[in-house]
Design a protein. Structure first.
Length: 639
């Protein structure tokens, strides 16, 4: 179906008012994106490991919370890797460690009642490693748990990983007083600005060295350029910065984890330039976005140019955070094919449920984002937020693209806005669909700027229906048809209409300047010649279908019609045409003489003659047409 485009520029929408356009995407079409999910999930296979155990206490670890176990972790991981793989087991106890670097075929298994506490001394995360910081590559402090260029790795168990970030360690580097920073203390601002400048100037990554003496906080768990990754069961607490941040990796499963941290930039999970990832049945309570999907920042993201794609988000519980399911803002490499379903969001401190954030410096394409069966029991601000003014706004040369976004069966309670969209004339949001959804108890239904091709169907805000889908009318014509598409004698027209909400009425008229009539029963057309019929449907929301025009030609069964058909008959045997013409002329003479009974008998002979030669000396369709006309004349006794 062709999609109609519309442009919506709405600065303020007061309660009970919403402008919407005529994007026509039927509900069945909108389901198509979800057909990709089984195929994506089939490609995400968690790694398996040999049944070998490497207990860290066998390598010198002491679970007293004081003894440095960094070397024990390193030796156990190297032993498991050298043996071809296995489980590095952390038994009950509290273990203090610096950076942990995973290797291929190693499952770090943190058992119940085991706590791994990560050192608050930044020097424990040296030497520097290749990493990303806010979407820009550099050499910096090692993430607390790091893996580079490996495959088949896991972090499992029901124990706890504690990053020990707090208002005295790591978090003050943000430079904000609410995180323990005080005037005169060092913070990240100068290093952050320098790194961003390096990225914009394409300084070689090898020269972007930070770490000791600098103040860019590391992420907690970061598999980098790796594949076949499983994180399951563990509780992750108090990261210095982002908590789980796979980068340039693929085939990732994160399930049944708890991610809790209210420090600065404590995003829960940040998939960054990854492919084929499942986030399932996990709990988020964070100081920033619960899930934030990314793909690099600005020029550096465009240099690497690897999107995040094929991410499935299922059955998660999200409490505090800046956003529940978020895309951006570091998404210069693009984000596509994101599927979020059956998630619960429930906190007055959750600012936004579904969030997109970008700007004209980031650029990038966000497309094919599908959200369904999500419940938002409570939130602070926006149910759906698409903000292209984030940070730098239009101060750049790379207008972002946000298109093909669908929300289906999303229910919410509370918040400031149901829909909040800030886009630009040069980069509008296109093909937005909200279907079967209900946003309740919001203060303002919507604030929207520059949206094209939106579809709202069975969408309620504060109990008011917002519907942009026009109904569609189908026409059925019954009657005796000739091979040229015309109808013999009469045509009976039936009209039916469908709509995702409810059809109010169907209207029709015979000429463009005549008044519309309400359709109540089939329309019978008998006027000989061309009949023009216009029709349209109107739904309960007042959406009016564009009028359709149907041309219906009626021919009456008469001897002149029969003669004309014989005259135009195509046959390679001229005698057939002459014989038929002579027989019809004889019928005409009998009619003129008033001998209709004899005329009908002769007409029946014409019928037999036509049927005898149909498909042989004349085209089968021509014979059928002659038969239909003759039978109609006989049946109607119309001579």
């Amino acid at each position: 179906m062709q999609k109609k485009r519309f442009s919506l520029v709405l600065l303020v929408v007061l309660l009970g008012q919403l402008f919407y356009g005529s994007g026509q995407v039927r509900a069945a079409e909108a389901e198509d994106g979800w057909e990709q999910v089984p195929q994506i999930l089939n490609q995400i296979v968690p790694p398996s490991f040999p049944d070998r155990i490497f207990d860290i206490t066998d390598y010198g670890a002491v679970g007293d919370g004081k003894t440095d176990a960094t070397e024990a972790f390193r030796q156990a991981i190297e032993a498991a890797n050298a043996a071809g793989g296995g489980r590095v087991v952390v038994p009950a106890g509290t273990y203090l460690t610096g950076a942990i670097h995973l290797k291929s075929n190693v499952n770090l298994h943190v058992t119940e009642n085991a706590v791994v506490k990560f050192s608050q001394d930044p020097k424990k995360y040296l030497p520097v490693v290749l990493t990303r910081w806010e979407g820009i590559e550099l050499y910096n402090y090692s993430p607390l748990i790091y893996a580079y260029g490996v495959e088949n790795i896991a972090i499992t168990g029901s124990g706890t990983l504690d990053g020990q970030g707090d208002n005295e360690h790591w978090w003050p580097w943000k430079g904000k007083k609410e995180y323990g920073w005080t005037e005169g203390q060092p913070n990240q601002e100068a290093d952050r600005n320098r790194l961003i400048e390096m990225g914009e100037k394409n300084v070689p990554v090898e020269q972007r060295v930070f770490g000791d003496g600098h103040y860019l906080r590391p992420s907690f768990i970061q598999p980098y350029n790796s594949k076949n990754i499983l994180i399951e069961g563990v509780t992750v607490l108090n990261s210095p910065m982002w908590q789980i941040n796979p980068v340039l990796s693929e085939n990732i499963t994160i399930q049944n984890v708890k991610i809790i941290g209210h420090g600065p930039n404590n995003d829960g999970i940040d998939p960054e330039s990854v492919k084929n990832m499942l986030i399932k049945d996990s709990y988020f309570d964070n100081g920033d976005d619960c899930i934030a999907i990314k793909s690099g920042r600005n020029a550096d993201g465009r240099r690497i140019n690897v999107p995040t794609e094929n991410v499935v988000i299922q059955g998660n519980h999200m409490k505090d955070g800046h956003g529940g399911v978020t895309i951006g803002s570091e998404m210069s490499g693009g984000v596509r094919n994101i599927f979020a379903e059956n998630n619960l969001m429930d906190s007055p401190n959750l600012e936004r449920a579904i969030r997109f954030k970008t700007n004209w410096v980031r650029g990038g394409i966000i497309e094919n984002v599908y959200v369904r069966d999500n419940e938002v029991k409570n939130l602070e601000s926006e149910v759906l937020s698409i903000d292209m003014t984030y940070e730098e706004g239009m101060d750049g040369d790379y207008p972002p693209v946000v298109r093909n976004i669908e929300l289906r069966n999303v229910t919410s309670n509370g918040g400031k806005y149901g829909v909040y969209i800030k886009a630009f004339e040069g980069s509008p949001v296109t093909n937005l669909r909200i279907i079967d959804s209900s946003f309740n108890n919001v203060k303002t239904p919507a604030v929207m700027e520059h949206v094209e091709g939106a579809t709202f169907s069975r969408f309620f805000i504060n109990g008011k229906l917002y519907d942009t889908l026009k109904p569609e009318t189908q026409i059925t014509i019954a009657g005796v048809t000739l091979s040229d598409g015309s109808y013999l004698g009469q045509a009976q027209v039936s009209l039916t209409a469908s709509d995702d909400d409810e059809v109010e009425r169907i209207e029709y008229r015979s000429t463009a300047d005549s008044a519309w009539s309400t359709y109540t029963q089939p329309i019978v057309l008998t006027k000989e010649g061309e009949n023009k019929l216009e029709f349209r449907a109107i739904d309960k929301a007042g959406n009016t279908e564009e009028a359709q025009l149907q041309l219906i030609v009626i021919k009456q069964a008469t001897l002149p019609l029969l003669s004309a058909m014989i005259e135009n008959l195509k046959t390679e045997t001229p005698g057939i045409k002459q014989a038929l013409s002579s027989q019809v002329q004889a019928v005409e003479r009998d009619v003129s003489a008033g001998n209709k009974e004899q005329a009908y008998r002769k007409l029946e002979n014409v019928l037999k003659y036509a049927e005898q030669h149909a498909g042989k000396q004349m085209e089968a369709t021509a014979g059928e047409d002659l038969s239909k006309v003759i039978e109609a004349i006989v049946d109607q006794q119309s001579l």
